[in-house]
Design a protein. Sequence first.
Length: 160
Amino acid sequence: MFTKTNKNEYVKPEVVLPKVPVAPSLLSSDLTIIGDLNSNGEVQIDGTFTGDIKVDTLILGATANVVGEVFANSVRIHGKITGQINAKSVSLAKTAYVKGDILHEKLAIEQGAHLEGHCKRTEPTDDKPEVENPITLLVKGSSKENADPPPPKPEPYIVA
């Protein structure tokens, strides 16, 4: 189960389990919850929820009433939310009522949706490291560490 390393430390072997798709979690319209919600999957809320939500995908149904911050990859809102939304993709349906700021990479708002707050686009997050300046500029102001050294000057020929 555990292996021993050269430094006499026990290390748990890494086991990669395949990601099995699971059914979305549903919080029905007659349910009231106070607390925080964390999930790696999809969650649909149709009831009343007070607290912070950290999920992969969040769907707020038309009867949803949420008070708190949301952190997700994707958010689709049909109901009411009061609080900041921080997600890669945010979509407001025509029945949505949002009172709070939205930090997003992508934002879609249907005609009729109510939004009271600020929207701010964030830069896409990639797992790839960014290259600061892949092109070496040959104009004034280029960094010397990225620039190629100048070619050697030719020696003058002396004719005797």
